[in-house]
Design a binder for this molecule. Structure first.
Ligand SMILES: NC(=O)c1ccc[n+]([C@@H]2O[C@H](COP(=O)([O-])OP(=O)(O)OC[C@H]3O[C@@H](n4cnc5c(N)ncnc54)[C@H](OP(=O)(O)O)[C@@H]3O)[C@@H](O)[C@H]2O)c1
Length: 277
């Protein structure tokens, strides 16, 4: 079957840490208007089969079709998993990648995902031979039509640079935790901009509580009748990021989506960017 083209949305709904509520919250997120869903085949932090159940409910209701959605999942190394593995621990990592993808497709009730992400390199430093083997296996999944695009997560500038040197094809996405104190991951974002890689920012709220409470952010929020959370998401987008939200609250889902209408001036964006880094 030819791959359906669904474009990259401007917001991703994150499904981590939702356990028994994963199906209901995924369904609620689609009802609220999210069209991008982020998950991982890592039972320790995600319940990917629950995401699939939530999606099935939205299809059944005629709310959306698979082609309307952008589904992103991840391959997670053994050391990032608990005992509930989506692959055989005894086989080579390249084979584990294929097994993890097959299991994700089953969980999500689809025959392709839109993005397949390496959850994190094998160590905090450098791009190892093991990472290279995983990346080549991920490319095979892409070439076989089981994912449209590929990405990497939890990478330093050094790692993403090494990766770009080691392989003839850069990732379509980098997904990183975004701390204000690092200039909101300024160096990695710059690299991504230069290479036309889409930068996905997560934990924008939970990693930056002091910024959310800062008088500068509160002042802008009051002036334009928005919430501080909406200012942060609007700011992230103004920097060129594709933001994720992990809310479990239907009102917050609506507010987070409404941040797309919040416009900040260039001066405000610069001021927030340099608040803490
Ligand atoms: N690649 C990785 O290694 C990795 C790691 C972590 C996370 N992620 C992805 O990123 C997603 C988001 O991560 P996160 O949960 O750390 O992100 P987050 O969106 O920064 O944090 C979620 C928190 O923000 C609150 N929140 C959201 N919208 C709000 C609003 N409008 N008003 C008030 N509070 C609001 C939520 O509370 P309420 O529930 O009360 O709204 C929740 O406590 C995850 O679900 C996962 O998909 C990826």
């Amino acid at each position: 079957m030819p791959i359906q083209i669904s474009s990259v949305p401007d917001f991703l709904y994150g499904t981590a840490w939702k356990e028994d509520r994963t199906a209901a919250l995924t369904e609620l997120a689609v009802r609220a208007g999210f069209r991008g869903i982020d998950t991982a085949n890592q039972r320790r932090h995600y319940f990917e089969a629950g995401v699939g159940q939530g999606l099935a409910a939205t299809y059944l209701d005629g709310l959306v079709t698979r082609a309307d959605l952008f589904l992103q999942t991840k391959f997670t190394y053994r050391r990032g998993q608990d005992h509930r593995l989506p692959y055989d621990a005894a086989v080579r990592v390249g084979v584990q990648v294929a097994q993890s993808m097959a299991s994700s497709l089953e969980h999500l009730g689809t025959d392709y995902v839109d993005s397949f992400v390496l959850h994190g390199p094998s160590s905090g430093y450098g791009w190892s031979d093991e990472d290279a083997e995983v990346w080549e296996a991920m490319r095979k999944e892409r070439d076989a039509g089981r994912t449209r695009m590929l990405g990497v997560s939890n990478v330093s500038l050094d790692q993403v640079e090494q990766m770009a040197t080691a392989h003839d094809e850069p990732p379509a996405f980098v997904q990183n935790r975004c701390f204000a104190r690092t200039g909101w991951d300024r160096e990695v974002r710059r690299f991504c901009r230069e290479r036309k890689i889409i930068y996905q920012g997560f934990s924008l709220l939970t990693a930056n509580l002091e910024v959310l409470q800062h008088t500068l952010v509160n002042g802008i929020a009051r002036r334009i009748n928005a919430t501080s959370v909406q200012i942060i998401f609007s700011f992230a987008r103004a920097l060129g990021m594709l933001p994720l939200t992990g809310t479990s609250n239907s009102e917050h889902m609506k507010q987070d989506l409404a941040s797309r209408e919040v416009q900040l001036s260039e001066d405000e964006v610069r001021a927030i960017e340099s608040l803490a880094g």
